[in-house]
Write a protein that binds this ligand. Structure first.
Ligand SMILES: [Zn+2]
Length: 621
C-alpha cells in the first residue's frame, strides 16, 4: 500500500484501470457534463479502490454485471490533489460511475458565444495536463497508469466534437446508449439521463483510443468546427471561420515535412494521424501534445518560423512524452527536455541551423530567468524534483525544458551525434508505451553508453541545483550580433535600421530578452517610436516589450498591456506581464491595475491560467 505519485491517490497495491468507456452529455447552459464512466481493471479486486476526482458530483456507483450499487465515499478536496473517491469492491473487475462535472472543473473551459471567433455558438475544450483529467472523469490520474478508452459525446446537433482519438461515427442518440442500471441511480439523483440523452436536437459523436495513454493526454473540444486538409495525415481544425482556417492552413502547410524529419530521428510516426486544432485565444499553453490531434493557441499563427517551431515541439512529443512518459510530474524533464532537444533537431533540418541556434539562445535566456525566479526555492532548479504537496501548475517553468535540453546536448557532445542518435532510437524502442523515472533513464544510459558516468556528472545534472558548469551557451554570428547590440543599448545606442533589416520575430525576442529589465522611460519610447514593438502582431515580441515598459514604469503602454491581457489567455504571456505589474515595491498603481485587470479578464482565462494568476497576485499583494 503505497502511493505511486505525489499528485494522485492511486495505490500501488490496487489493480490499474486498463480501459474506460465514457458517455458524456454536454449541457452548455449550465456548463456541466452529465456522464457515465465504465472503468475496467487489470484484475478483480476486493477492498477499497482509490480513484482521483476533482469537483465531481458522484450520483452513484454500480457493479456493471449485476447493477447492484457499490458503496463509495468522496473525501473533502485536498488543495492540490482534489478528492479521493473510494469504492468498496467485492471481487469486481469493473465499476460503473454516474456523475456530473462542475462548472468550475479545472480541465474545462466553457466559452459563451461572445468569447468565440464566430460569436454564434458556445465552445468547450479540455486541458488535462498535469492533473486535471480527474475533473472530467474519475480515474487513477497518474501517468503511471496508462489507459485505452472509448467515448460517446452527446452534443447539440449544430455543433461537432473532436478528440485526441479516432473518430468512429456521428449518429442519432438511442436509448440503448444508456445503461439500464442508471434508471435507479437517476431517480435518486433527480436526473433523467436517458431522456436527456435522447432529447431533441442532439447528436452523438463516437471515438476510440486503442493505444494506451496517460490520463493527462485525454482531450476533446466541442464547438462549431471547420477543417482544412494540409497533408496526407494532417487536417487543421478550428472554429468554422474562413479567415481563421485559411491562415491556419497556410501557417501549417509544412507539417508533413516535419513529420518525416521526426520519423528519421525517432522511427515511424506511431499515432496514424497528426491533426492540429487551433483553439480560441484563451487556450492556456502554446500547444498541448494530445495524441493524434495537437491543441494549439491561435497566437502561433503569425506567418513566421516560430509557429512551426511550436508544431515541431508538439510533434516531437509523439515519441518523447506520449510514447515514453514521465512516471509522474517529478520527472517532467523526461518529457520536456527530450522534446525540446528533438524539436530543435527538427527545426535544424527544416528551417536551418541558424534558426535552431536562435531558439537555443532564447532558451538559454529563459533558463537563466527561471534560475532567478527560483533563487529562494532551488528545489525547482533541479531536473528531478520533489513535488510532495506542490501544485505542478505553480512550479511550471522552463527548467525541465531547457536544463533537460542542456543535459541531453551535453551527452551528445560527449559521445557524438551518430552515437547519440543511435541511443535515442534504442531508448524509444525499449520504453515505448511505458512510463519511466529518471533512475530508469540513467540506468539505460549507463548500460548503453558504457563509461558515460565518468565523463558527465550525471548526479550533478539530474539532482543538483542551478546550471552545471559544463552547460553551453549557444554561439553563432547572428546570436552574437544580437546579444552585443543588446549590450550596446545599455550604453545608449539603438540598433540602426540596416542592422535589423532582416530580423524576424525571434531575433527581436532575443534582443529584447537581453536588454536590462528596467531602463529609462524615454529609452522605451524611443525604441518603440523606431520599431513599433508595442503593436507587433507577434505576441512574443509584444509581451517582451511590454514587460520592459512595465518594469521601467513607462505608463504610456498600460492601455496596450490591458488590451493584451484581455485578448489572450496563454500563460506564457500572462505570467510575465502580471508578475512585472505586481512584483517589487513602490508600484502601488501597477498593483491596483493588475487587480482590476484580473477581475475583468478572469472569465476569459482557462481555469488553470486563473489559478496561476491568482497565485502570482497572492504572492505579491
Ligand atoms: Zn512540451
Amino acid at each position: 500500500m503505497a502511493p505511486v505519485d505525489p499528485h494522485s491517490y492511486t495505490d500501488s497495491a490496487h489493480p490499474l484501470t486498463t480501459h474506460v468507456s465514457l458517455s458524456l452529455y454536454f449541457d452548455f447552459p449550465s456548463s456541466t457534463i452529465h456522464a457515465a464512466a465504465l472503468l475496467n481493471l487489470s484484475s478483480p479486486y476486493s477492498g477499497q479502490l482509490s480513484l482521483d476526482a476533482r469537483s465531481l458530483t458522484v450520483h452513484g456507483v454500480l457493479d456493471p454485471q449485476t447493477l447492484a450499487p457499490l458503496p463509495f465515499t468522496l473525501s473533502p478536496p485536498d488543495a492540490v490533489k482534489g478528492s479521493l473517491l473510494s469504492i468498496a469492491l467485492d471481487s469486481q473487475a469493473s465499476v460503473l460511475i454516474l456523475y456530473s462535472t462542475s462548472p468550475d472543473s479545472s480541465a474545462l473551459q466553457w466559452l459563451s458565444p461572445p468569447q468565440t471567433f464566430n460569436k454564434k455558438h458556445p465552445f468547450v475544450y479540455t486541458q488535462c495536463q498535469s492533473i486535471h483529467a480527474r475533473s472530467v472523469f474519475p480515474c487513477q490520474d497518474t501517468p503511471a497508469a496508462r489507459i485505452c478508452y472509448s467515448a460517446k459525446l452527446n452534443v447539440p446537433r449544430e455543433l461537432s466534437a473532436v478528440m485526441s482519438a479516432r473518430h468512429s461515427g456521428r449518429r442519432d442518440p438511442v436509448a440503448g446508449d444508456v445503461s439500464e442500471g442508471f434508471k435507479k441511480v437517476d431517480s435518486a439523483a433527480g436526473l433523467n439521463f436517458e431522456s436527456l440523452w435522447c432529447g431533441d436536437g442532439r447528436v452523438v459523436e463516437e471515438f476510440v483510443m486503442e493505444q494506451p495513454i496517460p490520463p493527462y493526454l485525454f482531450a476533446f473540444a466541442v464547438g462549431e468546427l471547420g477543417s482544412r486538409e494540409v497533408g496526407p495525415r494532417t487536417m487543421v481544425y478550428a472554429e468554422n471561420v474562413a479567415a481563421v482556417l485559411d491562415s491556419a492552413a497556410s501557417e501549417f502547410a509544412g507539417t508533413e515535412d516535419m513529420v518525416r524529419q521526426g520519423e528519421k530521428l525517432f522511427g515511424e510516426y506511431p499515432w496514424e494521424r497528426f491533426d492540429l486544432l487551433v483553439l480560441p485565444p484563451s487556450f492556456p499553453y502554446g500547444g498541448m501534445e494530445n495524441p493524434r490531434m495537437v491543441f494549439l493557441t491561435p497566437t502561433v499563427i503569425k506567418g513566421d518560423a516560430s509557429g512551426a517551431q511550436v508544431v515541431a515541439h508538439e510533434l516531437a512529443h509523439s515519441w518523447t512524452g506520449n510514447l515514453i512518459t514521465n512516471i509522474n510530474n517529478e520527472h517532467f524533464w523526461l518529457n520536456e527536455g527530450f522534446t525540446r532537444y528533438a524539436e530543435r533537431r527538427i527545426v535544424e533540418v527544416v528551417q536551418g541551423e541558424e534558426r535552431a541556434i536562435l531558439s537555443m539562445g532564447i532558451g538559454w535566456r529563459s533558463l537563466n530567468e527561471a534560475m532567478e525566479r527560483f533563487k529562494d526555492n532551488t528545489e525547482f532548479t533541479k531536473l528531478k524534483t520533489n513535488q510532495e504537496g506542490i501544485d505542478p501548475d505553480n512550479v511550471y517553468s522552463q527548467v525541465p525544458y531547457e536544463k533537460g535540453f542542456q543535459f541531453l546536448a551535453r551527452i551528445e557532445r560527449q559521445i557524438g551525434r551518430p552515437a547519440f542518435d543511435e541511443f535515442i532510437k534504442k531508448y524509444i524502442e525499449n520504453f515505448k508505451f511505458k512510463s519511466i523515472d529518471t533512475g530508469t533513464f540513467l540506468e539505460f544510459l549507463k548500460a548503453n553508453v558504457p563509461g558515460i558516468e565518468k565523463e558527465v556528472d550525471l548526479k550533478l545534472w539530474t539532482e543538483g541545483t542551478g546550471i552545471p558548469p559544463d552547460a553551453y551557451e549557444p554561439v553563432s554570428d547572428l546570436y552574437t550580433t544580437i546579444v552585443s547590440l543588446a549590450n550596446e543599448f545599455k550604453l545608449g545606442r539603438m540598433p540602426r535600421e540596416d542592422e535589423v533589416a532582416n530580423w524576424r520575430g525571434q531575433e527581436w525576442e532575443l534582443y529584447l530578452e537581453n536588454l536590462p529589465k528596467c531602463v529609462e522611460a524615454s529609452q522605451v519610447l524611443a525604441l518603440d517610436a523606431r520599431y513599433r514593438m508595442s503593436e507587433s502582431k507577434d505576441y512574443e515580441v509584444k509581451v517582451a516589450f511590454l514587460q520592459m515598459a512595465i518594469s521601467s514604469k513607462c505608463r504610456d503602454y498600460y492601455p496596450e498591456v490591458e488590451k493584451t491581457l484581455k485578448e489572450v489567455g496563454r500563460m506564457k504571456y500572462l505570467r510575465p506581464l502580471y508578475t512585472a505589474l505586481v512584483q517589487g515595491s513602490g508600484n502601488e498603481e501597477e498593483k491596483i491595475l493588475a487587480k482590476r485587470l484580473f477581475a475583468e479578464a478572469r472569465e476569459c482565462y482557462h481555469p488553470i491560467a486563473q489559478g496561476v494568476v491568482e497565485s502570482i497576485l497572492a504572492k505579491h499583494l
